[in-house]
Design a binder for this molecule. Structure first.
Ligand code: NAP
Length: 341
């Protein structure tokens, strides 16, 4: 079932910290790690060195610690693995700090996702150099490399939903060379983080749907990097608190059949514990909300050589904190599913 299964896990729980615990993704990390069988959550921090220690009300009786002011030296002293759930510029700086202190890092931001210097300079300019030992942690495809990583760079939420469906077809040569691949995705508002803006304000978002980031969303570069080809990506904001639905349109290489598409996806995910292939039964956000699953459905029109795939995830779990914990499991040699079902 699990292609990345390593062992029964570490002999003693690993000491972990969450930096950015007051954010949407950070709170999910605290919730998962507080009950994780192979982790001891030692520290969770806010953004300021001067912030007042406080409880997270939603996590009462799940984690009884206080969120602490940010003190990188204290975090490094208390944890062997540090999760960063921060804006990318803060991750770029603190990631390097924790690596220099000999800690292993699991970063949820985009700071360390792009290998190409020019692409990174354009989309994540705060990351001026890539440290040694970075692994892009899309567990289903790169999980075998995570155990040796010093820093695991977790994929973005839109790329996670889209690559789990598209990458097997691209790697098997089933997509028509040179033909456009369109990724048309919808996200709930928590994808934008907790800081309110005109776009995410309740009165703007409720009862509406808006496209944004045309030809300008940085997740495009991440999808291009993994697929080895250009995608046309349009994200939309929909009035949900959480969840992503990605609809992907592609031309198939001449002669590719519906059976080949199904067989390729089935083979790619035969031992992916969190990917559920639904075939003709198209998935919905409610099927995966509050879980670490990615559900993928698809239809093929053999007459015109086209495939449409639909995938759904919870952006805060499979798209962020759940995937980060999945990577933690691989990093420390535990079963990939530990603490996630
Ligand atoms: N939301 C998603 O669906 C999602 C999915 C995948 C990846 N991500 C990525 O995960 C990261 C966190 O996202 P989020 O949605 O949880 O963001 P968020 O809700 O805005 O939370 C940001 C967190 O970072 C802290 N912070 C802000 N500026 C900081 C600084 N300069 N130094 C240290 N800490 C700082 C905040 O602390 P205060 O409370 O003290 O301000 C808060 O704890 C981002 O890089 C995001 O792109 C998010």
């Amino acid at each position: 079932m699990n292609k990345n299964a390593q062992s029964a896990g570490p002999a003693v729980p690993v000491k972990v910290a969450v930096v950015g615990a007051t954010g949407y993704a950070g709170q999910e990390l605290v919730r998962l790690l507080a009950r994780h069988p192979h982790a001891t959550l030692t520290t969770a921090t806010a953004s300021q060195a001067t912030s007042t220690p406080r409880r997270l009300p939603a996590l009462a009786r799940i984690w009884e610690g206080d969120v602490q002011p940010l003190d990188p030296a204290a975090v490094a002293a208390a944890a062997d693995v540090v999760f960063l759930a921060l804006p990318e510029a803060a991750s770029a700086e603190l990631g390097a700090t924790f690596l220099a202190a000999g800690r292993r890092v699991i970063d949820l931001s985009g700071a360390f996702r792009l290998r190409d210097d020019a692409a990174r300079k354009r989309w994540y300019p705060a990351t001026t150099t890539m440290p040694e030992g970075v692994v892009y942690g899309l567990c289903e495809f790169t999980g075998a490399h995570v155990h040796a990583a010093r820093l695991v760079s977790c994929p973005g939420c839109y790329p996670t939903a889209s690559l789990l469906a598209l990458q097997p077809l691209a790697e098997a040569g089933l997509l028509a060379p040179g033909a456009d691949v369109i990724v048309d995705a919808k996200s709930g508002v928590s994808g934008a983080g907790k800081a309110p803006s005109d776009r995410t304000h309740f009165c703007e978002n409720h009862g509406s749907v808006a496209a944004y980031g045309l030809f300008g969303h940085r997740h495009t570069a991440e999808m291009n990097q993994s697929l080895g080809r250009e995608v046309t990506f349009t994200p939309h904001l929909v009035p949900l608190d959480r969840g992503i639905l990605s609809t992907m349109y592609a031309r198939l290489a001449p002669g590719v059949t519906a059976t080949q598409v199904s067989d390729t996806l089935a083979a790619a995910h035969a031992r992916s514990p969190f990917v559920r292939l639904t075939g003709d039964a198209l998935p919905e956000i409610k099927h995966v909300a509050w879980t670490n699953f990615c559900d993928i459905g698809w239809r093929v029109d053999e007459a015109t050589g086209r495939v449409i795939l639909v995938s759904v995830i919870d952006n805060l779990l499979k798209g962020a904190a759940g995937q980060a914990v999945q990577n933690f499991n691989l990093l420390v040699g535990a079963d990939e599913t530990a603490g996630l079902y």
